[in-house]
Design a protein around this ligand. Structure first.
Ligand code: DON
Length: 563
């Protein structure tokens, strides 16, 4: 039913210039509200909060706290996140709840005696932890834009922690996969294993200590987390596991309200996250370059379209790694990077027939990469058209693998997102320059790209993704699929994706993205191709003249729900 609506809508959108494509995925449909997230319990809570009179912000905040309970691999109290908010009165806001480096952090803290990056210390245990920001972001969002009380929106999370919930297959799967690293820490095992095994799918996971922390936040707001016992508990756990966070670091943390990046793309206004994330700038730069080419003429998956997409990605990521960092510490030429004149010059540099070797862009910054991989995204819209797009993370799944004793939540390993040594890659192969080097109190650069696309100043598409550096390009490709390739939402989300991030000079592709002769054509233009199982996990909402469509990416365990 909703699929048919979606096809009709696509036909309207394309004004009969192309044929709509059909997807086997069924979008959720709703007129009064829609949520799309990686966790079905969180999605159900989001809808329930709106039904009870909450707006999209209330729903998003409730979902954020629920994810910290039911999706502990990425949902969090001990990590960070970004909130993109569009209000039905026209206001657009970005909340930066990114973690910060502890006050005792130093630029070379991860270098060994011969100057190499010790990636173990950067990824596992106390020293990998940034000062948690997400709780302040959630509270700021609720206080400034919510309609209900904090206590009300936190009630579902509190109950789920206190009474327990049935562990999902997705969570059991990652528990199993990461058992080795989880079992490095006794406290972690005490909370998340039972009779010697990690919690399995269907088992009831009760988190009493976490419930107490949530109750304190519900009662006292910011002070329930950033004052009193919690900062001390975080500092103690962090230091016992090799870290340097102090209670005062936690007390001093503040989320920031920022102005979203806004770029016009073929008549749509794309709003996304400003620094400390690179997401918005990078996405905008890619879109600006691509606006110079008639992608819809070539179509999705054509070697011509892919050529321009890859070259736009390469150039935007080169600038990401060269220029971007925390704007409170370094000056980032955001205006220049977003200017149409600059995009014009980059577009002109693209050879229509062949790949530009990455080494030709900023040769002195290139180093060999290493790879690795979790984060989660959710999108919300209410009946009035208030829209929220949130990406939140511990960085890797379960972050540092350290759980705070007495509080029951994981601490992030976000310090890996700094460039520990300018030019040396992090777990996502992102290299980063001096702009992203470590300094006390500084935010590490992110790729998270919570995005809201407006049409005539009203929400049109709400989306975002996990996946480290692949986030930016996963979001880009869903936008192109909808706007340039005229796909219905479900098809736009499931369609195969590619990834190019300047370094390494490789185009990663999901097998479905490139058919045989397209591969041959790209190889003959000089591209190096490598298959990858999944690129991104995009949770989306599309506004149609008939109502809201929601699609959770089939690459993940998610669920869209509307009413
Ligand atoms: O902020 C960032 O860009 C990363 N810490 C996000 C990590 C992530 O998406 C992992 N997910 N697969």
């Amino acid at each position: 039913m909703s699929n048919i609506r979606s096809v009709i809508f696509t036909l309207l959108l394309t004004a009969s210039t192309s044929f709509a494509q059909i997807s086997v995925l069924k979008p959720a449909f709703g007129r009064d509200g829609m949520v799309s997230s990686a966790d079905s319990i969180a999605s159900a809570v989001g809808v329930e909060i709106m039904k009870e009179g909450g707006n999209a912000i209330d729903a998003a905040v409730a979902m954020g706290f629920v994810l910290a309970v039911t999706y502990p691999q990425a949902g969090n109290l001990g990590g960070g996140g970004y909130y993109m908010i569009h209000l039905s009165n026209g206001g657009n806001y970005a909340i930066d709840a990114r973690e910060t480096a502890p006050s005792r952090a130093a630029r070379d803290m991860y270098l060994d005696s011969v100057g190499n990056v010790d990636s173990h210390r950067e990824l596992i245990g106390g020293l990998s932890v940034g000062v948690p920001g997400n709780v302040d972001g959630l509270i700021l969002a609720e206080k400034k834009f919510g309609r209900l009380s904090l206590a009300k929106v936190m009630q579902p999370a509190i109950e789920l922690a206190k009474n327990g919930f049935r562990v999902s297959y997705a969570l059991a799967d990652v528990f199993k996969r990461d058992k080795g690293r989880l079992s490095l820490y006794r406290t972690t095992m005490r909370y998340f294993s039972k009779d010697g095994h990690m919690y399995e799918a269907g088992e009831l996971l009760v988190q009493k200590d976490l419930a107490k922390v949530l109750e304190k936040i519900a009662e006292k707001g910011r002070d329930g987390f950033y004052e009193g016992k919690i900062p001390e508990m975080i500092a103690r756990e962090d230091q016992e596991t090799g870290g340097i966070i102090t209670a005062q670091d936690v007390e001093n943390y503040h989320a920031e309200l920022r102005r979203p990046i806004s770029v016009d793309y073929r008549g749509y206004d794309v709003l996304s996250m400003p620094p400390s994330s690179s997401g918005g700038v990078c996405l905008a730069e890619e879109l600006n370059i691509l606006s110079k080419f008639d992608l819809s003429k070539y179509g999705y998956g054509a070697s011509e379209s892919l050529h321009y997409e890859i070259e736009a990605m390469r150039r935007a990521f080169a600038d990401r790694d060269k220029y971007l960092g925390d704007v409170d510490y370094v000056s980032v030429p955001v205006k220049r990077l977003l200017s149409k004149v600059y995009a014009d010059s980059l577009a002109k540099e693209i050879n229509p027939f062949s790949a530009t070797p990455s080494i030709d862009i900023y040769p002195h910054l290139i180093h060999p990469p290493h790879e690795g991989t979790h984060t989660t995204h959710y999108s919300v819209i209410d009946a009035e058209g208030n829209a929220v797009s949130v990406t939140t993370t511990l960085n890797s799944y379960f972050g540092s693998f350290v759980v705070v004793n007495g509080a029951g939540f994981f601490l992030n390993n976000e310090m890996d997102d700094f460039s520990a040594k300018p030019g040396a890659p992090n777990q996502f192969g992102a290299i980063g320059g001096y702009a992203n080097s470590i300094a006390p109190g500084k935010r590490m650069l992110s790729s998270m790209t919570p995005t809201i696309v407006l049409k005539d100043r009203k929400p049109f598409l709400i989306l975002g993704s996990p996946g480290g550096t692949t986030i930016i390009n996963a979001v880009l490709q869903v936008i192109l699929n909808v706007i340039d390739y005229h796909m219905p939402l479900a098809r736009a989300v499931e369609a195969g994706r590619i990834q190019m991030q300047w370094v390494p000079d490789i185009v990663y592709y999901e097998p479905e993205a490139l058919v045989y002769d397209v591969k041959q054509s790209l190889i003959s233009r000089g591209y190096h191709l490598e298959p990858r199982e999944y690129i991104g996990e995009v949770e989306t909402i599309l506004v149609t003249p008939y109502g809201y469509e929601g699609v959770a990416d089939p690459r993940g365990p998610g669920d869209a729900e509307g009413y």
